[in-house]
Ligand binder design. Structure first.
Ligand code: KIV
Ligand code: ZN
Length: 520
């Protein structure tokens, strides 16, 4: 039975590349632990294929593919490889422990890329398609082949390459709009023509991978499906190179909401969408714009009187999908300072968390402290608090105490800081241009380093002046970036925690990711 026959006619495979193409966005680097957290959630969402990394690119990527392959059981785990033996063998090695695995190999097929990037003749590229797919297929049953810059490729040449890839064992053939140049009608027609012209196309699943440079990634992906594609490559929040990839939440909810016009189904449990969006945003520091489709803070908010009136009469007047369908639950369980452990555990389960005993106890204590300081503890507060707790568990540097002086009198801004480094306490009082500067100077004094601050970002978790602050600090050292997060009702404490978290990740990165050469 061929790959295409195994798949029901109207089933669309969701291939998530948040951990590979998404991580390629400048500044969006993630630690191994963070990638594992995202992968677990993607599996829970029933994503069909999780592209976990590009194993040859670095030891960190190799380890991520290996670990995710070991942990994830129900989704297929894919690794990316260029069309050469070293890449393909390394990818197979990284996938060794995976129950369901896929090697995703690619080569550029457009005239521009072949001439300037690869400096290869079309016939050489064509030969490489056969060689690379054959090699991958000897190492793994499930092989995907991609034509990089496919949308700008000569149609006859694309048909030949696709046919060759399938003939040599590719089960999925992917047509990327690498530079986000296509428009829906054109892209849909391109997919249709492959289905009509490639003689062995029925032996493979046709996939689309669209970038968002013109804001058309989702529209192009849907046009692809309407014309015969049955896999969409996408990322949470549309993260990805430059303007990003097609957003998973948008393609999935469009297919679900407009089933009347697009009679296709995905296996995605959409109730996890909001949590996945929040997690990816918190880990990368890429804030979701308030008016972003599906997951933006305003996506289900109704401000105008006319809309509110309509909503009260019938939700369908202004809502085309329910907030519950993406996991925005109007939960019945309110958490406050009188809540006990059982209620808190139930709330965590409702929000999708299963914490070990120690992590649960720490989160419970922090929830109580927060409830003492804040009138209402919202679900978003608990999510921020628990994410912060999970993210900091293994940190070698920990914040013990912080006191800060701020105000209008210049020269008075200072921070008294106690931190623990590998179990030993260190303290200092440092000055700065403002309280945040003073805190960061203090940390630098206690833990000297040359990393440069690239981003300092504060986000209020909920409304109100007593809202928790969620802070992201991005540090850069020798071309490597890390994002640290901190959450607290006190913005300065959150800032301190975020900086320390970033430093911990930098230390980790120094050990783990030795770069590898990336020549074609
Ligand atoms: O955008 C692209 O062409 C890619 C390929 C490697 C699939 O990401
Ligand atoms: Zn891409």
């Amino acid at each position: 039975m061929t790959a295409a026959e195994r798949q029901p006619e109207n089933q669309v495979v969701i291939f998530d590349t948040t951990l590979r193409d998404g991580e390629q966005s400048p500044g969006a680097s993630m630690s191994l632990e963070e990638k594992i957290r995202i992968a677990r959630l993607l599996e829970e969402m029933r994503v069909d294929v999780i592209e976990a990394g590009f194993p040859i690119a670095s030891n960190g990527d190799f380890e991520a593919v290996r670990e995710i392959g070991r942990i994830v059981k129900t989704s297929t785990v894919a690794g990316l490889a260029r069309a050469n033996p070293r890449d393909i063998d390394r990818c197979a090695e990284a996938l060794a422990l995976a129950e369901r695995k896929r090697i995703h190999t690619f080569i550029s097929t457009s005239p521009l890329h072949m001439k300037f990037k690869l400096q290869m003749e079309p016939e050489q590229v064509h030969a490489r398609v056969a060689e690379s797919v054959t090699r991958a297929r000897n190492l793994c049953d499930d092989v995907e082949w991609s034509a990089e810059d496919g949308s700008r490729t000569d149609p006859d040449f694309l048909c030949r390459c696709v046919e060759t890839a399938i003939k040599n064992g590719a089960r999925t053939v992917n047509i990327p709009d690498t530079v986000g140049y296509a428009v829906p009608e054109e892209f849909g027609a391109m997919i249709r023509s492959l289905l009509e012209r490639v003689p062995n196309i029925d032996q493979a699943v046709v996939s689309v991978h669209c970038h968002n440079d013109l804001g058309l990634a989702v529209a192009n992906s849907l046009a692809g499906v309407q014309n015969g594609a049955r896999q969409i490559e996408c990322t949470i929040n549309g993260l990805g190179e430059r303007a990003g990839n097609a957003a998973l939440e948008e393609v999935v909810m469009a297919l679900r909401t407009r089933h009347d016009r697009m009679p296709f189904v995905t296996g995605i449990q959409t109730e996890h969408i909001m949590k996945a969006s929040r997690l990816v945003s918190a880990i990368t520091g890429f804030v979701v714009q308030p008016n972003k489709a599906i997951v933006g803070a305003n996506a289900f908010a109704h401000e105008s009187g006319i809309h509110q009136d309509g909503m009260l009469k019938h939700a369908g007047t202004y809502e085309i999908m329910t907030p519950e369908s993406i996991g925005l639950n109007k939960s019945s369980l309110v958490i406050g300072k009188h809540s006990g452990r059982a209620a808190f555990r139930t709330k965590l389960q409702e929000l999708g968390y299963e914490l070990g005993d120690n992590a649960f106890e720490d989160a419970f204590v922090r929830m109580k402290e927060l409830a003492d300081r804040k009138k209402e503890v919202f679900d978003a507060d608990i999510v921020a608090l628990v994410d912060d707790e999970i993210g900091h568990q293994a940190d070698r540097i920990q914040l013990v105490e912080l006191e800060v002086w701020a105000g209008t009198r210049i020269g008075r801004q200072k921070a008294a800081l106690v931190i623990q480094i590998d179990g030993e306490q260190h303290e200092t009082t440092a000055q700065g241009n403002g309280p945040v500067d003073a805190i960061f100077n203090g940390i630098k004094e206690l833990f000297p380093h040359d990393a440069r601050l690239q981003l300092y970002q504060v986000h209020a978790v909920t409304a109100g002046t007593d809202a928790q602050a969620e802070v992201t600090v991005r540090l850069e050292e020798n071309g490597k970036t890390v994002n640290g997060q901190g959450a607290d009702a006190d913005t300065l404490v959150a800032s301190c925690r975020a900086y320390i978290h970033a430093l911990n990740k930098l230390m980790d990165k120094r050990h783990k990711s030795a770069p590898a050469a990336l020549s074609a």
